[in-house]
Design a protein around this ligand. Sequence first.
Ligand code: SF4
Length: 329
Amino acid sequence: MKSPVLDVQGLRTSFFSEGEEVPAVDNVDFHINEGEILGIVGESGCGKSVTSLSIMGLIPKPPGKIVGGKILFHGEDLTLAKEKRMREIRGNEIAMIFQEPMTSLNPLFTIGNQLIEAIKIHNKNWGKQKARDRAVEILKLVGLPRAEELINEYPHQLSGGMRQRVMIAMAMVCGPKVLIADEPTTALDVTIQAQILGLMKRLNEELNTAIMLITHDLGVVAEVCKRVVVMYSGKIVEEGDVHTIFNNPKHPYTVGLIKSIPDMREKQDRLYSIPGNVPKPGSIKQGCRFAARCEYALDKCKTQTPELFNVGSNHKVRCFLHEEQEVVG
Ligand code: SF4
């Protein structure tokens, strides 16, 4: 049985403004097994990115702070790690790629300069030629053509898809155990998106890198993930394997997300969208945070907060419609 490489337990991350605590991630538990691809899904403002920044130790302090819980990486609690230790872990052990590669690449330096710098930070005794050879090798690994020439080019000379491949190369340079990909395909057109997802799947299979894929797009999850965690307003509202979540979603929010995927087989006059918006963090003091948007809301949904209930093997749902089931311990 595979063991968790990353185990997040009761994570709470808040931001503080004028003495008021605003919880962005509220008591979140999940794990990623070695070599697994886990999808974290939800609309903007659900707490997905704050969760990943918490894992990377990149929450800006102040105003942010991890106020509770543990982030166990191979058993080591990263919430207790000093910045020096986090610098060793970031890039070497856990790497991250972001949505828009142009904002992450420095336009003033060549691709080679940026890759070689990243390689040398993590391999201090390597000479320039060795680092350059590794840079070329990793560019080839992510499927970039004419890597020897590309290394001398600037980010603006590359297409969006090529830049995202460079970002993935940069993240993979030290062979991390975990890759966190935050909306890695959102800025790309669909054909390039398919190529990038295919690349991530290949790297996962060939290098056994665990991937935490953050997205608002359930279609992306269906393509590459084995398990999925659905977040809403800072909390996990549903978790299960991809097959179960797609074929038997239980939480009204997940049902709405799946209904929002356009069906190319049928002519649709109107695309479905979940009414309303994600509430501002901290604005709902009691009750289910989805109640204002939920067509099944019961009276108690406005005053009581649902627990996470076990509704099947490895399938959990936070909704009173399933409260006859056992509460997740
Ligand atoms: Fe809807 Fe109530 Fe379930 Fe929340 S707990 S999702 S409001 S039915």
